[in-house]
Design a protein around this ligand. Structure first.
Ligand SMILES: C[C@](O)(CO)[C@H](O)COP(=O)(O)OP(=O)(O)OC[C@H]1O[C@@H](n2ccc(N)nc2=O)[C@H](O)[C@@H]1O
Ligand SMILES: Nc1ncnc2c1ncn2[C@@H]1O[C@H](COP(=O)(O)OP(=O)(O)OP(=O)(O)O)[C@@H](O)[C@H]1O
Length: 339
């Protein structure tokens, strides 16, 4: 038997970049939201006798994905076996459906999915704190995938806090053909922001935190919350975006990435057409997303992107309960392609 795990993606509803830290990372405040669009990660694992060496085999349908110790899923499994103090033979197959270097956290999600598959296969579960710790060692974006739904990311993005559920809504992700390197985007940010004092850089983080808190609080504090509104109307996501748009909900990477790739700004404008609640770059890009009030509005966005010659995918935002309920499936053979 093997375990197949839906390795869901994320967008960053807002992302503020703070000062560069001594360890080479940047302080961040970000609001992650998981999406239903996913890769498939299939794990088969068997315990080995004490004294044997662990054996890992990683395969994938995408030539750009490393199949050795550089792969995020490999790193995660190696660390998890070490933490559990066991030896095992582990096969991982990654069926890539999401873009590589897209800003959708696909590689990071693969790492979390591999851990979840491994635990299922071995019938063990790492303690919660240890899971988050090794996830953070593998990458700043990995821990969010151990929570799912709407997640606040602090520190370098690895310090994660579950936020109130935001109801699912239609999402269109535009997939420009360029890839953006995350470290290069951070370096470019530093070059552009050299004149900013550390205090001013920290203030950016605070302003986004305040926008998130104010937005998530608004439907409750104003007494207008209603589940009966059409699409996004009257829900906390809508309130967040409405409050945030007037304040600080944005992605700082846009300042860097749009300058280097002006076509991406054009795509954001296209996503912002009728019925769009909010559109932004995700992470360091190159993917951009738009959130829509209705399915018709999302279809219209896809059509307009097609006219521009830009590929896209239609998906929905994935609240935490749905993130976990549909994630795992037991399969007969490791590489079966049934979905
Ligand atoms: C841009 C985002 O996708 C936003 O969600 C993430 O911050 C990136 O997370 P990730 O891909 O998991 O990134 P990591 O693998 O941890 O880091 C890759 C590289 O990006 C830079 N990096 C990353 C995160 C951060 N807070 N500051 C940084 O400066 C560092 O140069 C680091 O070596
Ligand atoms: N499991 C994996 N899947 C995809 N890429 C991987 C994986 N493991 C390592 N990599 C390497 O990581 C690089 C970035 O991958 P990824 O697709 O996660 O970027 P991303 O979508 O920009 O993620 P993020 O939003 O976290 O910045 C790739 O160029 C690839 O060489």
């Amino acid at each position: 038997m093997a375990t197949r795990v839906r390795s869901y993606s994320k967008i960053n509803l807002g992302l503020a970049i703070g000062p560069a830290r001594a360890d080479g990372f940047h302080a961040l405040t970000t609001l992650y939201q998981t999406l239903a669009a996913h890769d498939l990660v299939t794990v088969a694992a068997e315990l080995l006798a004490p004294g044997a060496e662990s054996r890992l085999l990683l395969t994938t349908n995408d030539r750009r994905v490393p199949t050795d110790g550089r792969n995020t899923a490999w790193k995660m499994v190696e660390r998890a076996l070490g933490e559990l103090g066991v030896r095992a033979e582990v096969s991982i197959h990654i069926e890539k459906r999401l873009p590589v270097q897209g800003g959708l956290g696909a590689g990071s999600a693969n790492a979390a999915a591999a851990l979840i598959g491994l635990e299922r296969e071995l019938g063990v579960r790492l303690e919660g704190g240890a899971r988050l710790r090794i996830a953070a060692e593998v990458g700043s974006d990995v821990p969010l995938f151990l929570l799912g739904g709407a997640v606040l990311g602090l520190g370098r993005g690895e310090e994660v806090y579950p936020m109130p559920e935001l109801p699912a809504c239609s999402c269109v992700v535009a997939l420009p053909s360029v890839g953006v390197s995350t470290p290069a985007a951070f370096r470019e940010w530093d070059t552009q922001q050299m004149q900013l004092t550390a205090e001013a850089a920290s203030d950016r983080l605070k302003r986004l935190s305040q926008a998130i808190a104010a937005g998530l609080c608004e439907p409750h504090s104003s007494g207008v919350f209603s589940a009966s509104g059409e699409g996004l109307a009257g829900n906390p996501l809508s309130a967040l975006v409405r409050t945030g748009t007037n304040a600080e909900l944005r992605n700082d990477f846009e300042e860097v990435v749009f300058r280097q790739h002006p076509a991406l700004f054009q795509i954001k404008r296209t996503l912002e057409g009728s019925g769009c609640e909010y559109a932004a770059l995700s992470g360091s890009g190159s993917a951009l997303f738009g959130l829509y009030r209705t399915d018709d509005a999302a279809s219209e966005a896809v059509r307009r992107l097609e006219q521009l010659g830009v590929a896209s995918l239609r998906t929905v935002t994935l609240p935490r309960s749905e993130y976990w309920s549909g994630m795992v499936e037991q399969v007969g053979s490791c590489y079966s392609s049934r979905q």
